[in-house]
Design a protein around this ligand. Sequence first.
Ligand code: DON
Length: 260
Amino acid sequence: YVHLVAEAMRRAFADRAEHLGDPDFNLDMPLDKLLSKDFAKKRFENLDMSKASTSDPAQFGHPYDGENTTHFSVVDKDGNAISMTYTLENSYGVKMGSEKLGFIFNNEMGDFNPVPGKTTSTGQIGSNPNLVAPEKRMLSSMTPTIVAKDGKPYLVIGSPGGRTIINTVFQTVLNVLAYDMRIDRAIEAMKIHHQWLPDRILYERNLLSPDTRDALEKMGHTLTPTTTIGVLMGITYDASKKLYTGAADSSSEDGGARGY
Ligand code: DON
């Protein structure tokens, strides 16, 4: 499972580095191709089920710092859902706010690719679509997500965590939809993160068993432990019971689930 999911992540992040940036500046982003089943199939043609592939930085990087992002998932009594990730970056963004609107402005300049052409094995991306330019919007990893079932919100989910957000939300959606986990279990379940570069699987130290780690290393993966990945906040709706269930990641110091 971890090998397959990590290889999918590796490929998705390589494609993101190559193609994605502000659509106003990247008129030829091949979205149809990226979303097509044919392309997905093609991307997996070189996947070896017994061996890790390699991430090649020669083609294209992205410093990111800060722990200043937060996420809210909300559903009201009429079933309207909001999934909102709010990012400031270090030291209160640009240190200015709007009294009228009631929020602080962020500073996302670090979300641009910093140096044209400089893609490094440590994870800095230098590809064109997300290079800095006047009036251009930087590429965000925020993934506020609402999954609908029969046209109604079924799962509302999101997380902070920089580039880990995409994979954190991806695995949580997978846990709920494919593995039928209850939302609290899905949020707490073991998460990994692979972002193409650096070429390694980040894993939650206490949640990936030693024998799985051993098997992955034998397949050629490099493993790096971390305490925890993501700070998820989620809600699911069970239409048959007309029941909303909310859960907050136990790694959150001040998060929580509330009903009213
Ligand atoms: O928009 C982005 O991708 C980043 N500004 C998010 C940063 C973040 O999640 C930091 N939180 N831990």
